[in-house]
Design a protein around this ligand. Structure first.
Ligand code: DX5
Ligand code: ZN
Length: 221
């Protein structure tokens, strides 16, 4: 199984974002995780589509995974698709019409996903399996980097992997977001996840390559 490591730029050096993103990609990261917060759906404010297009203009070619923690979501879906996002995920609580928002993402040629907060049940996926490329299991409450991994996420990841298989979606990407570190990435993968967001663990280190390599070696065990 291919594992995807997606550093969250929430913890990057924002004053030199373009270079920091280039460095983390050179150090072996696969995808840029782009945390969009609106001080409404979550109590924090980050960056919008202009920053995403600025990264593209700066020469970042890697996939950009836009994690929308905003309400309403639909207008920003179009803007992020235009800005060069490759995948777009949103929280079901933040959209009045989940099926429509997913369709909108797909119609713009991006991978689509739902992001489930720690207390959000898996049954929100019941009628949209065919529209999901990925599901994000939030292992912290959204809004801030640097929080601790909530252990109940492991059980949820296993249940999600089983449900995906049962629904004929063996190809579903299970992305885990929050508190992922070299010392827990192995058990998160064993539970069934294959895409790992890490903000503080990677950008908080002075050697990105070393952290990413240690994550990969935990994944290979
Ligand atoms: C939280 C964000 C996460 C966060 C992860 O709302 O969605 O992507 O930045 O940061 P760490 O890895 O520091 O928990
Ligand atoms: Zn995120």
């Amino acid at each position: 199984m291919k594992y995807i490591i997606a550093p969250s730029i929430l913890s990057a050096d924002l004053a030199r974002l373009g270079d920091d993103v280039k460095e983390v990609l050179d150090a072996g990261a696969d995808v840029v995780h782009f945390d969009v917060m609106d001080n409404h759906y979550v109590p924090n404010l980050t960056f919008g589509p202009q920053i995403c297009s600025a990264l593209r203009k700066y020469g970042i070619e890697a996939p950009i995974d836009a994690h929308l923690m905003v309400t309403p979501v639909d207008d920003l879906i179009g803007s992020f698709a235009d800005a060069g996002a490759t995948s777009i995920t949103f929280h079901p609580e933040a959209s009045k019409h989940i099926d429509r928002s997913l369709q909108l993402i797909k119609s713009r040629g991006c991978k689509a996903g739902l992001a489930l907060n720690p207390a959000t049940p898996l049954n929100v996926l019941d009628y949209v399996w065919d529209k999901l490329d990925m599901v994000v299991i939030m292992s912290v409450n959204p809004g801030f980097g640097g929080q601790s991994f909530i252990p109940s996420a492991l059980k949820k990841i296993s249940a999600l992997r089983a449900a995906a298989v049962k629904n004929g979606r063996d190809d579903l990407i299970i992305e885990v977001d929050g508190g992922v570190k070299p010392n827990n990435i192995g058990e998160i993968a064993s539970a069934g996840a294959n895409m790992f967001v890490a903000g503080s663990a990677i950008f908080g280190s002075d050697d990105y390559r070393k952290v990413i390599s240690s994550m990969r070696s935990e994944l290979e065990k």
